[in-house]
Design a protein around this ligand. Sequence first.
Ligand code: ATP
Ligand code: MG
Length: 286
Amino acid sequence: MSAPSTDRRARGAGAARGADALDRSGAAQPGAGLAVERVRWSVDGTLIVDGVDCTAPPGAVTGLLGPNGSGKSSLLRLVAGVTRPDDGTVRLGGTDLVSMARRPRARVVAFVEQDSSTDLPLTALDAVLLGRIPHRSLLAGDGADDLRLAQDALARVGMAAFAGRDLGSLSGGERQRVHMARALVQEPRLLLLDEPTNHLDIAAQLATMDLVRTLAADGVTVLAALHDLNLAAGACDHVVMLSGGRVVAAGPVEQVLVPDVVEAVYGVRCEVLRHPRTGRPVLVLG
Ligand SMILES: Nc1ncnc2c1ncn2[C@@H]1O[C@H](COP(=O)(O)OP(=O)(O)OP(=O)(O)O)[C@@H](O)[C@H]1O
Ligand SMILES: [Mg+2]
């Protein structure tokens, strides 16, 4: 199966803005995106991530696609540093994320997991403020700036009215948006999202992808696992298709989300049309 070049430049002004900004630790080189090379991870002798090479261009949205069990969450956890690869490298702007200490990495990389449920007795605002911890000194509490950032982030995900609500009392979609707000206040250079639209209604799905595109335009490198191929086709600049723990295709949406690839990976026939307003690909499945 073809694997189009993954070196496509980011579109829009995002890459340029990203190139001007420095992260606070000074660790990651700005402007360059994520490069995953030869990453391998097994559990109890079973290879789950099988020598993955992929990139996520800077200031762009990269969709991580593939069937259930293809290794999307496993790869995101490896990139986030939640688990360590058995082999291979994960670099952001040339800096090795695998060997980076937890705290400086948390200033650069934010991760919203697939099922981020919690038993902790936190309000939505408290949960968002957790995202500020990597940015302040160890003994300091939340400052006025942290509070303002957290309130702004809640507003950006449409959750301002829920600031005082117990996290455990929120609906799945509401909680997912709070976790997104927590990632926003981390002010990451790399944002990793595992099925960010999973629990969301269609309006919230589109709003989330709009938000993600805005972040990318501001220079953030986004890698998001998605199941909805049309959401990916509408919002991603670049896609990486996994199957059985391996990359089977990667590149611009128009080159990867094509009938041959979709049928080979999912066993589902599709036709590709054009969105009448945006001109983006629309997949008609089945
Ligand atoms: N800690 C683990 N122990 C054993 N098997 C694991 C572990 N983590 C993942 N796996 C297995 O690795 C494979 C890939 O899982 P992963 O969660 O990465 O898939 P995914 O692409 O995110 O799937 P989904 O679309 O269902 O979220 C699955 O078969 C899963 O059962
Ligand atoms: Mg998953």
